[in-house]
Design a protein around this ligand. Sequence first.
Ligand SMILES: *Cc1c(COP(=O)(O)O)cnc(C)c1O
Length: 360
Amino acid sequence: MSVYNFCAGPAMLPPEVMKKAQSEFLDWQNLGVSVMEVSHRAEPFLTMAQQCEARLRRLMNISDDFAVLFMHGGGRGQFAAVPMNLHLDDAPAVYVNTGIWSDGAATEARKYTDVVELNVRDDRDGQFGVTPVAQWPLPEKASYIHYCPNETIDGVELFDVPRHPSAPIVADMSSMILSREINVDDFDVIYAGAQKNIGPSGLAIVIVRKTLLERQGLPRPGILDYAVEAKQGSMYNTPPTFAWYLADEVFKYLEEHGGVPAMQRHNKNKAAILYDYIDSSSFYNNKVDKACRSLMNVPFWLNDERHNERFLALSKQAGLLALEGHRFVGGMRASIYNAMPVAGIEALVTFMDEFAKEHG
Ligand SMILES: *Cc1c(COP(=O)(O)O)cnc(C)c1O
């Protein structure tokens, strides 16, 4: 039986990458030891690290105006790092609230800096919606504008990028990085925990405009300091070496499979199959406004929630794993990142349809 893992994170990784990692687990680059067991400051690892950054720059078309950092602490580490690095004494940080993760980022930032939270959720009649980005009332003065293009829990994705005449735009791309084409120049800081579309948890990728490295910010730990990490090639202390190596293997895999444009087609196709089925069904529903439905995280609800437990038990038996929705929104959620094949979506839809026929 094929198993498809719909976990929101840590999420499934491309099986090809996992097999390659397995094959070189004990002997990396004919060194007779694992990549986990070598110095990060010796040539083999340094070469890998350089290639990894170059690959990510090619995949996302990142210019020399930006530094690319491989940091510790995942997404939430960056919830703290962003205010510490970008704080200004005379302007508040603006956090756009579109759901649970962006709200969490604001809560963390408030420990360190003045935060103005802007609620742009536009929920009506039980539907989740968001005010269009162009209509967000962004204040004139801000140390930076933080937002989350893909709300992993709510299943809400924003396809437009906010603009501001002076404040840097900071985006938490943890659950959508590399899933569709973006223009990096529209942003000033992009960060992502790795465990959704890149590799093992713990690693955070940070893409930061070099001019921002001059901001004094607040006193902060060296491991969360963008300028220090940029200067040290992300090796101020021992980096998460295995996660970095696996990220490189995922980037390699993406380059060999048509890069981000191919992933975008693949992801749009997968999401369309699943949303079309849900919309056509009288057994299931999705509460997100069609204008902001996530390509990566598809929450859905059974119209009769008394069947939830049975749905979860039978789907697991059918090899469809981790479909339980986040406890904050309930229902079900299928996370369908880059690594999820179309066959996984087809298996899910087939299962959902059979379940609906038996229980409807
Ligand atoms: C998963 C996730 C995070 C948190 O990542 P951690 O590595 O667990 O800290 C933050 N933001 C978004 C949008 C996420 O999906």
